[in-house]
Design a protein around this ligand. Structure first.
Ligand SMILES: [Zn+2]
Length: 162
């Protein structure tokens, strides 16, 4: 049993529960009616009733879980709309600097307290390169202009051509 997944265990448990209830009831009815076939028929009917009831009950549970999930998503979106970053913006009319709380999910506008004009915020995003530092520093050699262009180099010295 330990090798079974939790959902397989739950499935087996519900099957055993359905059969157990149907078995007990059909045994009882069979005893009272003193007829094995009546008890057997009651057992079959009980199994079917439990399966139909279980099916609709699981649909109901699934629906409730979906409603709860949707409520969670809605509250997360509401919180994100509430989250506003204070940004300093100059008024489009009088250039007065205003601290405006901006939302990324809604259109933003504000009334300038100085000139009472309504400003609409236009947001634009751009990308920039992140410069990579060179792995190896290049050495810059100073050139002595007095030195003759024809030079003797020791054996093994690298001759750099610029
Ligand atoms: Zn203004």
């Amino acid at each position: 049993m330990s090798a079974l997944s939790p959902s397989a265990k739950a499935f087996l448990r519900s099957i055993f529960t359905v059969l157990f209830i149907a078995g007990i009831c059909s045994f009882g009815v069979g005893l009272i009616a003193r007829n094995l076939m009546i008890g057997f028929g009651v057992g079959i009917i009980l199994i079917l009733v439990q399966l139909v009831f279980g099916y609709y009950f699981s649909l109901y549970i699934e629906n409730q879980q979906q409603i709860a999930a949707n409520m969670l998503i809605d509250s997360v979106i509401d919180d994100a709309i509430e989250m506003k970053a204070p940004t300093s913006l100059s008024c489009a009319y009088c250039n007065e600097i205003n601290i405006v709380p901006l939302s990324l999910l809604e259109e933003n506008s504000f009334d300038c307290p100085q000139c009472q004009q309504a400003n609409k915020v236009y947001m634009q995003f751009t990308t920039v390169r992140i410069t990579q530092p060179l792995a190896k520093k290049t050495t810059v050699k100073e050139v002595d202009m007095d030195e003759p262009t024809q030079r003797q180099t020791a054996l093994g010295d690298k001759v750099e051509v610029n």
